[in-house]
Design a binder for this molecule. Structure first.
Ligand code: 5CU
Length: 363
């Protein structure tokens, strides 16, 4: 029975070099109190010079860029196959003229890493979203021909105006045409003001625990409201972190749509595909939620046949120096076994069979 990790990141060495060459977020740097260890600073708002280095970025070691460490991590946690993806903020920050070439280089690097471990590694590619749409579409077409690619990872900013931007339609059309799934992943969180003036006292908890999931929920709701899935009925999206809060809030979203006089007047309600239909037809969810409470909401919303195990490696490592197994990974394993205690066959589907079927990972 295979176990497959669909949410696991890598920053290929060339990408880390790029980050080391930069002096503003996103970048890799040392701090005066940690001169011998580099830190990866990527999130908006996590580089406030008045705060200690422990709240600025996270330590970056070889687990972020060395593919042999990914395999060792997989072996330790009994993971047979992984679908690796570049981590946030992807190429969103690159000038338009650099993005196309960078995407090709990184996608080729990642495809090459997968080729080193046949049958064990697959990948989601990266799009040059700051480049003109033709460049993005060319890369989608090129990715469709790369052996290990199974879709693309994307943030919520799209071409700069979010995922409800009509300018994305040709890109959605190309993804749909080539049956490439979008792995939708947060990065930008919420505006810093909502975390309050004491936010930096709380490390990364507010942006990661709440900013990320709400960002995903808002992005998907904007896609729904703008009719993306009414125009692209076969566009499939895998949502990180079990859909943010979408499974929990879907009923409220649907009710707000149905009771909105403005939408009714515009004629936007009749004939549209509702949230529940899209959750069960176009949306897949990872099982990176760390508790059976959230996992059960995901199962109820999309179905156990649309849920796939993930780890978020190399993020959330154990903080104890001597720890071997990762608590974060075991929490996700535990949530699956608790949610499906009466149905081991469904547990196995979520652990691996669904990913093999949905992402076509047959050796
Ligand atoms: O710890 C973090 O900042 C992150 C991140 O940036 N991206 C991610 O996927 N997980 C955790």
């Amino acid at each position: 029975m295979p176990t497959v990790d669909v949410h696991t990141h890598i920053y290929p060495p060339t990408f880390v070099e790029l980050l080391r060459s930069r002096t503003t977020v996103p970048y890799v740097r040392t701090f005066p109190d940690t001169p011998n260890s580099s830190r990866l600073v990527i999130l908006p708002g996590e580089d406030d010079p008045s705060t200690p280095s422990t709240s600025r970025g996270r330590p970056i070691g070889p687990e972020y860029y060395d593919i042999a460490q990914k395999i060792a991590f997989m072996d330790m946690h009994k993971i047979d196959k992984s679908v690796i993806s570049l981590a946030n903020p992807w190429l969103d920050f690159l000038p338009a003229e650099e993005a196309g070439e960078a995407a090709q280089r990184i996608n080729d690097d990642v495809d090459g890493l997968c080729a080193k471990y046949p049958g064990r590694l697959y990948a989601f590619g990266t799009l040059p979203l700051s480049a003109p749409a033709e460049t993005v579409i060319k890369e989608i077409e090129r990715l469709a021909g790369l052996k290990h690619m199974r879709g693309v990872i994307m943030g919520t900013s799209g071409l700069g105006n979010g995922l409800d931007d009509p300018a994305l339609d040709p890109i959605y059309a190309a993804l749909e045409k080539h049956s490439q799934l979008i792995f939708l992943h947060p990065h930008y969180g919420l505006p810093a003001s909502v975390y309050g003036p004491r936010a930096n006292e709380y490390g990364h908890v507010l942006p990661l625990a709440l900013g990320f999931p709400l960002e995903t929920t808002i992005a998907v709701t904007r896609m729904l409201l703008s009719g993306v899935w009414d125009r692209f009925t076969s566009l499939n999206v895998l949502l990180a972190h079990s859909g943010g809060t979408l499974p929990f809030l879907a009923g409220r979203i649907e009710s707000c749509v149905k009771h909105d006089g403005h939408l009714k007047k515009k004629g936007n309600i009749q004939g549209r595909r509702d949230v529940w239909e899209i959750l069960k037809t176009n949306i897949y969810l990872d099982a990176v939620i760390y508790s059976d409470v959230g996992l059960k909401a995901a199962i109820n919303a999309s179905g156990a046949d649309r849920l796939m195990f993930g780890t978020d490696h190399p993020f959330f490592p154990p903080l104890e120096e001597k720890a071997k197994e990762w608590h974060s990974v075991n929490a996700n394993y535990g949530a699956i076994s608790s949610a499906f205690k009466d149905d081991q066959s469904q547990a196995q589907d979520v652990l691996g069979n669904n990913a093999i079927r949905i992402l076509k990972l047959h050796d």
